[in-house]
Design a protein around this ligand. Structure first.
Ligand code: ADP
Ligand code: ZN
Length: 726
């Protein structure tokens, strides 16, 4: 019996004969004085021996407590059980914690029919719009009906607000129930016209799906080449086979345009899985995947753990995205584990990107992944022309951040009635606030981080924890008044500068903290598409796969941002992000231009963005990582030691360091203070295990961690294949 709790393995219970329990059955069992849900678990023989957890001790059969009840739920399939075992063994997590990710929402059974709300159309005259009411209506702008509870929780308002809106006639009731949850997407609804490279890639994918065996395909194509168009055909092929398909997107909350395209192709929406659709919708999706009625699910990384009845295809869009890595709880890469799930169950998976990760490219090179390439943009749209503005030659006016060369281009773009975008991957007004009198820097009291000024809200805020404080009038260190100075730009500050330069331009700011969720994002995107905006200023949200036909100029305010620091993938990341941003320009008939503001124009990343030769850059990147056995040519695992005090963290890290594994092809770096040496008040130290590719890190880590007895307040997080080194 596996319980969704942090125990090292399954527990034994007596199985009453009349229940006729089978592996995968979902049951309740007594645990202490409580009842607990669990799943009948079977042997884990499918694991490679080096991953297998230590053997369980057996218990005297006479002492076993019996299973309490068998729940009326579809059993977890053998495929899913093996997947849970595999993920647990690979990530060194308790199997129960992985099981918890798949069980989380079934607990209260299939939701009973109830009433949901949609925004009434038209809205009643003279409706009083409080901020709370506005939040509810904004949520509903995506056209998904939600219950009162879901609306109130997601919008962060009381249920009375929803009731008030309903009484005022601003909401329309609709019946909600499982029976109307999932209309079946129709693979023949609206077939695209595909020619040339698109047709070839589609045929290849359709064939792969029809064969229905495990394989990994990397679908690579420049932005706007029609990758989405093509993988929708792979989904169609999967539906024709009567199987379910799963699409993983890095940020499902931002997917309004994607949903629209899906609906155009298949005549109905897929099931959506992310935190903002509400508990009830997620429970419906959970049951819909288990009984097979949800045939296509689009979701964030956790959708990978849904109990599909008959999954036949996974698509991982933007496979290079770091967001596929879950950094808390069970630390796993949804992209990599998606490949595992496909392999264990024997179906194809497609990884999609304009700028694939070096990991995936190395797998192509090694012959493990198949490579489909779309070389050009659909409909002959040209790739944008890229220019680097050497900021040493084109400095901005004192205290400002936009070079005159860029502002001239902006002016010309607005004169042509075209749209422009400014990109800076930094929220807020300024990343650092400094006292001009004493040099004091405003820092987070709980983290090794500067506080970021958010001028609109008159606060300083930490971007790593919840800490915020009002912007002080005087320096808290020396008491000097009017001496606190913002250093460097965030997008609020760029917006201020742009407003000053272009008082007549209609400016829209897009950042995760200014857009209140998917509905607000959809609204912003709609405004841009309808040409109600001249200038978009945004953080990485604007880089996502949006299609803005009237956008012709992209200005990258600080192309060097992200290249600093010791991150192994800093160059790769920067090029992926900037290429993605640049890809927003000139997607229709008018050609686009991209201007990169940089103080290091000779850097290989800038040169690759200039030439557009992503392949050459990645080859060079590979040559740098290969000799030192850095990923993907070797393996990494990080241990993050954290404790309430610096002394305890140091002691534990040192103890681990003293018994660190060694041997041919095995190396341990550290212990060293983490770059975020204090995070949310916890002191952190890091150790990094690096091995040759042929050596599995899991057994080494198991042995290593078993050698040290840690104090209770000390925690060690294991991060296999780390992507964040903070
Ligand atoms: P990518 O995912 O590679 O960025 P998309 O699939 O988003 O590319 O395609 C870019 C644009 O071109 C979209 O608006 C899409 O609808 C359009 N498009 C691509 N291929 C076709 C096609 N064969 N027929 C019609 N429109 C297409
Ligand atoms: Zn903080």
């Amino acid at each position: 019996m596996l319980l969704p709790m942090p125990f090292p393995g399954p527990f034994d219970y007596a199985a009453p004969a009349e229940m006729a329990l089978q592996p995968g059955d979902i049951v309740t069992v007594p645990l202490g004085h409580r009842r607990q849900t669990g799943v009948v678990w079977d042997a884990t023989s499918s694991l490679p021996p080096e991953f297998a957890p230590p053997p369980q001790r057996t218990v005297d059969a006479a002492k076993l407590r019996p299973v309490a009840e068998r729940l009326e739920l579809p059993p977890l399939t053998a495929e899913l059980r093996r997947f849970v075992d595999w993920v647990a063994a690979y990530t060194l997590s308790a199997p129960g914690m992985v099981l918890a990710m798949t069980l989380r929402l079934h607990m209260r059974g299939v939701p009973t029919p109830s009433t949901g709300w949609l925004a009434a159309f038209p809205q009643p005259d003279g409706l009083r719009l409080t901020p709370a009411r506005q939040k509810v209506l904004t949520l509903l702008a995506d056209g998904t009906a939600r219950t009162t509870t879901d609306l109130a929780t997601t919008a962060g308002v009381g249920p009375g607000v929803v009731k008030g809106l309903a009484d005022a006639g601003a909401l329309t009731p609709v019946p909600l129930g499982p029976e109307r949850a999932f209309a079946a997407p129709d693979p023949f609804h609206n077939l695209p016209v595909l020619e040339g490279a698109q047709a070839e890639a589609t045929d290849a994918l359709r064939q792969t799906v029809a064969e229905g065996r495990f394989s990994v395909t990397l679908l690579e194509g420049v932005t706007g080449s029609g990758k989405t168009e093509i993988y929708l055909e792979a989904i169609a092929a999967c539906l024709e086979q009567g199987k379910q398909a799963l699409v993983l997107l890095p940020e499902i909350a931002l997917s309004a345009q994607w949903m629209e395209r899906f609906t155009r192709r298949f005549g109905t929406q897929p099931a959506i899985w992310h935190s903002e659709v509400g508990q009830r919708a997620r429970r419906l999706t959970w049951h819909g995947t288990a009984d097979g009625s949800a045939t296509v699910v689009v979701g964030a990384r956790s959708a990978l753990f849904l109990p599909f009845k008959n999954l036949g295809l996974i698509i991982v869009d933007e496979e290079h995205e770091a967001l596929f890595k879950q950094e808390e709880g069970v630390i796993y890469s949804a992209r990599d584990m998606a490949v595992v799930r496909a392999r264990l169950a024997g179906f194809p998976i497609v990884l999609v990107s304009a700028t694939p990760s070096l990991e995936s490219l190395a797998n192509v090179e090694a012959g493990r992944y198949r490579h489909l390439v779309l070389p050009s943009r659909h409909g002959g749209a040209a790739l944008p022309e890229t220019r680097i503005l050497d900021m040493r030659d084109h400095p901005p006016p004192r205290g400002l951040f936009l070079s005159p060369a860029l502002t001239e281009e902006l002016t010309a773009t607005f004169e042509r009635k075209e749209q422009a975008m400014l990109f800076l991957n930094r929220r807020g007004y300024a990343p650092l606030t400094l006292c001009r009198a004493c040099g004091h820097r405003m820092e987070c009291p709980h983290c090794t981080a500067w506080l970021v000024e958010h001028r609109n809200r008159k606060i300083l805020s930490c971007h790593f924890c919840d800490h915020t404080e009002p912007m002080p009038e005087a320096c808290p260190s020396c008491g000097a008044e009017q001496s606190l100075t913002p250093i460097g730009p965030g997008i609020e500050r760029i917006t201020e500068e742009a407003r000053h330069l272009f008082p007549d331009a209609r400016i829209l700011v897009m950042a995760s903290d200014t857009l209140g969720g998917p509905a607000a994002t959809a609204e912003a995107v709609g405004k841009i598409s309808r040409r109600e905006v001249d200038l978009v200023i945004g953080t990485q949200i604007v880089a996502k796969g949006w299609h803005f036909p009237h956008l012709t100029l992209v200005g990258i305010v600080d192309a060097d941002l992200g290249l600093g620091g010791g991150d192994l993938r800093a160059g790769e990341r920067t090029i992926q992000l900037l290429h993605q941003v640049a890809g927003r320009a000139g997607r229709a008939s008018t050609p686009g231009r991209v201007l990169l503001q940089s103080y290091t124009p000779e850097h290989p990343v800038m040169q690759a963005l200039l030439s557009g030769d992503f392949d050459a850059f990645m080859t060079q990147e590979a040559e740098q990582r290969r000799p030192g056995f850095w990923p993907p040519y070797g393996r990494l695992a990080a241990l993050i030691v954290s404790a309430d005090t610096a002394v305890a963290a140091d002691d534990a890290a040192a103890a681990l360091g003293r018994v660190a594994p060694y041997g041919d092809g095995i190396q341990v770096l550290g212990p060293a203070p983490a770059p975020m040496a204090i995070l949310r008040g916890r002191h952190r130290r890091r150790l990094l295990l690096r091995t040759r590719k042929s050596i599995a890190v899991q057994p080494i880590l198991r042995r290593w961690l078993g050698l040290v007895k840690l104090e209770r307040q000390v925690r060690v997080d294991v991060d296999i294949d780390p992507v964040s080194f903070l």
